[in-house]
Design a protein around this ligand. Structure first.
Ligand code: FNR
Length: 382
């Protein structure tokens, strides 16, 4: 199967499975414990039916919207994900270029394999720095200042990862970053020589946003679980969040809100947006799906901040269902990561085009000309 034969996100997942060494594939594809939540995130969308209207004159439609003050072509945000040069040598550069071409929000992870500065200098589209709250306060302050200097539009503070989720697939494959070629793991890497040659002979893998502060991150291989558990501060609280919001002063988003109470507190401290998210099911397994929580959260705070529904999106109609419920946008990680792993920039480009076309086709078939026309009367829970 080639890129041109990929007609949906699941096709890219199949291709990524073929191309990636197993530890890397399972790092992307895996989730916490029994992966119930990861499955629910998508199933929640499929459990709700669309009720279309017809005869609405839909030749000309407008899929654009405004998210945190920036107009974007689609109500879709590319969520921040770590380590992208491990998935394909073009890494974050490929994703940022596609986002810029399509005028989409690009989220860069603080665990990115390309620096904040490089993205800031080369990419003019709307961009947010995802931020983990570290025990090392100096590192926290440095990340804010680097995002400011690199002219980022927003910071998204991830609040669902104060300790690592239990990612059993990564334990089984002994996934470490950078990958370790031990006798046990050697075979799984040797079976994918194209990936291996790129990894060994292209630019050396690093985590440039952290290396001045994290000796472990630049020299020895670590598991992501160890990184989270050693480096991140599990005492992060609302006071810390408010302080960070004030230090930054720009558009501020909390990523990983699930309860109505927390959504209210986010609005109270002046957040511009929240991403209703369970980290793609990678953290607390058994957590509810963001789409299932969306209605209550929009009703509680939708007039005070923007609500982005994160995770589980595999189809354009999923995005439409989130918007019809009242979200400003939907967002996702794996929806572009499988494509990045499968074919680099060409893959991400095709995945975004597929989603763009699915959103536009879905709007026409729903009888709506703009995203603002989507509403709850168009949804029925089975
Ligand atoms: C993530 N996600 C994530 N989130 C974050 O705040 N910082 C990060 O570094 C990462 N890294 C990361 C790596 C990989 C491989 C995945 C799949 C996810 C979570 C991400 O931003 C988003 O919340 C989920 O991807 C949403 O679920 P879907 O769209 O992948 O189903």
């Amino acid at each position: 199967r080639r890129v041109d034969d990929c007609h949906n996100i699941e096709d890219f997942r199949t291709l990524a499975h073929r191309k990636l060494p197993f530890p890397v594939f399972h790092y992307i594809d895996g989730a916490g414990d029994d992966e119930l939540t990861k499955a629910r995130n998508t199933a929640a969308y499929n459990d709700v039916d669309l009720v279309p209207n017809v005869l609405a004159g839909v030749e000309t439609i407008d899929t654009s919207t405004t998210i945190m003050g920036r107009k974007t072509a689609l109500p879709l945000v590319l969520s921040p994900t770590a380590l992208q040069r491990l998935f394909h040598w073009q890494g974050e550069r490929a994703v940022a270029r596609v986002a810029e071409r399509h005028n989409l929000w690009f989220g860069i992870s603080s665990l990115s394999s390309v620096s904040i500065e490089e993205v800031g200098a080369n990419y003019s589209g709307p961009k947010m720095l995802q931020y983990y709250y570290h025990r090392d306060r100096g590192l926290n302050a440095a990340l804010v200042e680097r995002a400011r200097a690199a002219k980022f539009d927003a910071i998204a503070l991830t609040v669902d990862t104060i300790v690592s989720g239990n990612r059993e697939r990564c334990k089984r494959t002994k996934f470490k970053t950078p990958p370790e070629f031990t006798p046990a793991s050697f075979l799984s890497y040797a079976m994918k020589p194209a990936w291996g040659l790129n990894f060994l002979f292209r630019e050396k893998f690093s985590l440039p946003n952290l290396e001045t502060h994290v000796a472990e991150g630049s020299s020895d291989a670590i598991s992501i679980q160890d990184y989270f558990d050693k480096m991140l501060d599990p005492n992060m609280d609302w006071a810390a969040v408010e302080q960070l919001r004030n230090d930054w002063g720009g558009k501020f988003c909390l990523k990983g809100i699930m309860s109505v109470g927390d959504a209210r507190r986010a609005a109270d401290i002046g957040c511009d947006a929240i991403m209703v998210s369970n980290h793609g099911g990678r953290q607390l397994d058994g957590s509810r799906a963001p789409f299932d929580q969306l209605e209550e959260i929009v009703d509680a705070v939708g007039d005070r901040l923007e609500v982005i529904c994160d995770g589980g999106v595999r189809r354009g109609t999923h995005v439409l269902k989130a918007l019809a419920t009242g979200a400003t946008a939907a967002s996702g990680g794996r929806l572009y990561l499988y494509a990045l792993a499968a074919a680099g920039e060409a893959g991400v480009e095709r995945a975004v085009c597929i989603l763009r076309d699915e959103i536009a086709r879905g709007m026409r078939l729903m009888g709506v000309k703009s995203v603002a026309e989507l509403n709850r009367a168009m949804l029925r829970r089975r």
